[in-house]
Ligand binder design. Sequence first.
Ligand SMILES: Cc1cc2nc3c(=O)[nH]c(=O)nc-3n(C[C@H](O)[C@H](O)[C@H](O)COP(=O)(O)O)c2cc1C
Length: 214
Amino acid sequence: MDRSALNDMTYGLFVLGAMDGARPVGCVVNTVVQLTSEPVTVGVSVNHNNYTNECIKKTGLFSVSILSEEVPMETIAAFGFQSGRNTDKFAGMKSRMKQPGVPVLSENICGTLVCRVVESMELSTHTLFIAEVMDAERAKVPLPPLTYAYYLKVKNGTVPKNAPTYIPSEKKEHYDCSVCGFRYDDGEGPLEFLPAGWTCPRCGSPKDAMEKGT
Ligand SMILES: Cc1cc2nc3c(=O)[nH]c(=O)nc-3n(C[C@H](O)[C@H](O)[C@H](O)COP(=O)(O)O)c2cc1C
């Protein structure tokens, strides 16, 4: 099988939003697709390890913020490379709540959807959520939607291993701790996306001690 054939498949990029009690949570996905027109349903594939997955299962509700090309890489880093289990991703983001209670981004987006899960299927690593779209709203100022290809080629973005489209053979970079030799794999996300206070999990050295491996 030539897995590179899959590289030519096209996708958009989105932030899924959900609620963890009273706290908004969410993650970046590229797998939202419209499945039917009457009623309007969408599908999305969310990794079993993503905190957003747990929260969607509890409430049966999620939102989709359709990202535009202008979205800063910091937003992708916040929503796509760290977990809402231990961070408040919506803190510092311009966002608002939509009825019946899901958070959406309010800038650098083309529009939003409010979705109610009608079915789900457990796949090997991901849950496929099938959801009815209860509400859809377009941004007042039209912006170009961010495609997966634009994210990879123009914004030089990378994809963590929880994304269904992650390609193991494309892992290009790793970093070695200059103090203890611990290897940080880029599959976990680029080192520069980790919080400033990140330390080597083995010896506790600061991020500066990591050196790019060859
Ligand atoms: C470009 C990109 C695409 C992604 N696509 C998906 C996806 O379709 N499904 C998924 O489960 N995770 C996807 N991810 C990974 C999640 O956003 C990431 O694992 C996130 O940290 C999960 O956060 P959470 O634990 O707060 O839910 C993607 C990440 C990026 C950067």
